[in-house]
Write a protein that binds this ligand. Structure first.
Ligand SMILES: Cc1ncc(C[n+]2csc(CCOP(=O)(O)OP(=O)(O)O)c2C)c(N)n1
Ligand SMILES: [Mg+2]
Length: 623
């Protein structure tokens, strides 16, 4: 936005009230492509990247000028952030919803250093993202004294190369065209992920000496996902026919409604039980009669029983298949693989490297499928349609198992009249979300799977793939940006530690008038780690009552509401009972429906819903 002047306040306010009129440049005339950075901006526009999240910096002042004064700050539009960590987290939240990259611009080495953690997180999330960085001038002769020298690093991408799919530092405007087109192609090829293009100041700030032609990006588009060989489809069909109790582990799948519908049809046609992960975005209707145990990350008792019973496991890119078998079946990792027929569908090995262990333990697999899960499901349905397989197959074994929701037996009502536990809070939120289309951008540690009533691929966007505290606010705002015209209510439920680490992401939501609600599970503690300290103390026969030291965030108590209000959010006093939380949620929904932003400080007893350590605290041993 142009700074307000005393003579024209009304005009400034009017401009600000139209969300498409935020931060509009003036007096552009008819901009011509004249500088190196204009070429990069032009290719970015043709790739239809709507936003570029950034914290400014002189290393990319040429590119910055090109976005404002050459592109008119539209397609992409700058999304200004108060920390590089938020810029990347917002792009991650946006990319998870849309499965399309958002652009990010990071200042030289120092901005990139601030951004490393959420870039790792985006890598683990398999989120597409095009990150522009800057350095130089690489030509030392052109460097300004001091500042240009400290902000020039050789091989800057080496800071993040282990957790991005590709990087480049083009040396000419012509090379930059190819570089950005390739960045787009790689980021959008499965498995999706972040890429980095570092722009030399010399390249950005040099005038063009010849006309640069920019080809049609459609001819540099990513190829469709690889198809499943027919022999593998036939093997899968045979295994399904033979199985008495097939179980589908629905892991990383697409956000598309038609893929969701196909997954439901597939499970129904083969009569398989279904499990989903509480860490990944929603993959299957959790209230469906075949979704037999509540979503979980570490297998719960009910999930373990299903895994034990299954004679065929169909893993749709389940995040940690080997780990799940180890936990549920007590098997030793590779040496003693699960004694079941296992089909595993994933393209993950296309991007696995030797630095990051996020590929997880290696499971033994009888029918490996090197394709994306939804491609596999679509081809399986085609095969079954061709064979005229009956539409719905009910297996007696599946029919006789109680649904997780029935098994709650009234436990879903929160206790009234006293300070909430996380369970009470979760049940109150579940009740609230039943009445409207809600997208949970995030859910906090220890959140019970029993509160996860999901009926759409956009019900839940999954948690931080990299276990990265501080990304919750940014993810929530990026999700809300992607969904702002969808009619869905975006809610980020996050821990107080996560909130406080990423809190100044909230300002960006206010500046861009992004409708969103943030609800903080405020236990005044890094509680997850209290559980770890308790466990260590117990293992060492030391006093577990000291577990809170170095973990509690309550002396002084941080005014979470004030921190939200200071950045333009509406909020009221903290709530600590289910009744007050229900009221606050209703009020917040009304504020957000009017295009506003609402924050709720939901005070809870320290503790998790199962009164045990969260998934991250586990030692992997079978209990
Ligand atoms: C960047 C980062 N720092 C530290 C940790 C270790 N850690 C894991 S969970 C956690 C506590 C998070 O606190 P909060 O969001 O309040 O959730 P709670 O544990 O209270 O449920 C911490 C510090 C981490 N995962 N990431
Ligand atoms: Mg906490």
């Amino acid at each position: 936005m142009k700074p307000a002047t005393a003579s024209k306040p009304a005009e400034t306010n009017d401009r600000r009230s139209d969300k498409n009129q935020i931060d509009r440049p003036q007096s552009l005339g008819k901009p011509q492509m004249k500088w190196g950075s204009d070429v990069v901006a032009e290719v970015t526009r043709r790739l239809d990247l709507k936003y570029i999240a950034l914290v400014p910096g002189a290393s990319y002042r040429g590119f910055h000028d090109s976005i404002v004064n050459y592109l008119g700050n539209q397609n992409p539009q700058m999304v200004i952030c108060l920390h590089e960590e938020h810029a990347v987290s917002i792009a991650d939240g946006y990319g998870k919803v849309t499965e399309r990259p958002m652009a990010v611009a990071l200042h030289s080495n120092v901005g990139l250093m601030h951004a490393t953690m959420p870039i790792f997180n985006a890598w683990c999330d398999r989120t597409p993202m095009i990150i522009f960085g800057a350095t130089g001038p690489v030509d030392a002769h052109r460097r300004r004294p001091w500042i240009d020298w400290i902000h020039t690093s050789k091989d800057q991408a080496s800071m993040i190369r282990n957790y991005i799919k590709w990087d480049d530092q083009p040396a000419s405007p012509q090379a930059a065209v190819e570089s950005v087109l390739r960045a787009n192609q790689i980021a959008r090829s499965a498995p999706l992920g972040p890429v980095y293009v570092c722009l030399d100041v010399g390249l950005q700030e040099s005038p063009l000496t010849e006309e640069i032609s920019i080809p049609d990006p459609a001819r540099f588009a990513p190829a469709p996902s690889p198809a499943v060989p027919r022999t593998s489809l036939h093997k899968a069909l045979k295994a399904i026919d033979k199985a008495k109790f097939p179980l589908i582990l629905m892991g990383r799948v697409s956000r598309r409604q038609e893929d969701w519908d196909r997954r439901v049809r597939f499970a129904e046609m083969i009569g398989a039980a279904v499990l989903t992960s509480s860490n990944d975005p929603s993959a299957f209707p959790t209230m469906h009669p075949l979704h037999l145990a509540a979503p979980c990350l570490r297998p719960s008792k009910a999930a373990t029983a299903l895994i034990e019973k299954a004679d065929l496991i169909i893993s749709l890119d389940w995040l940690d298949l080997g780990g799940v078998f180890r936990l549920a079946l007590g098997t030793a990792q590779t040496q003693e693989p699960a004694d079941k027929m296992i089909l595993h569908c994933s393209v993950d090995s296309y991007r696995t490297n030797g630095w990051s262990m996020d590929h997880q333990a290696m499971p033994a697999v009888d029918i490996p499928i090197h394709a994306e899960s939804d491609q596999f499901v679509a081809q399986m349905l085609d095969e079954m349609d061709d064979k005229k397989t009956p539409k719905v197959k009910t297996r007696p074994e599946t029919k006789n198992i109680a649904h997780w929701n029935d098994a709650l037996n009234g436990k879903s009502s929160p206790a009234h009249g006293k300070i909430m536990t996380l369970w009470d809070m979760a049940m109150t939120v579940r009740e609230f979300a039943k009445k409207r289309p809600v997208t949970f951008a995030r859910l906090p540690l220890g959140w019970p799977g029993e509160a996860c009533e999901f009926d759409s691929p956009l019900s839940f966007m999954g948690n931080d793939g990299g276990g990265a505290v501080g990304t919750g606010p940014g993810h929530t705002i990026g999700t809300a940006l992607a969904l702002k015209d969808s009619g869905r209510l975006t809610v980020g439920v996050i821990g107080d530690g996560d909130y406080l680490m990423g809190v100044n992401a909230l300002w960006t939501a206010s500046h861009f008038k992004i409708p969103v609600m943030i609800v903080c599970a405020d236990n005044r503690s890094y509680f997850n780690d209290e559980m770890h300290q308790e466990r260590v103390a117990q293992m060492r026969s030391r006093p577990a009552e000291n577990r809170w030291i170095g973990q509690r965030i309550d002396d002084p108590r941080v005014d979470l509401v004030a921190m939200a209000r200071a950045q333009g959010f509406d909020s009221e006093a903290p709530v600590s009972t289910p009744e007050a939380l229900a009221q606050a949620l209703k009020k917040g929904a009304a504020v957000v429906a009017r295009g506003g932003r609402y924050f709720i400080d939901s005070v809870i007893e320290p503790g998790y819903a199962d009164s045990g350590p969260d998934q991250r605290a586990g030692d992997g041993k079978k209990k």
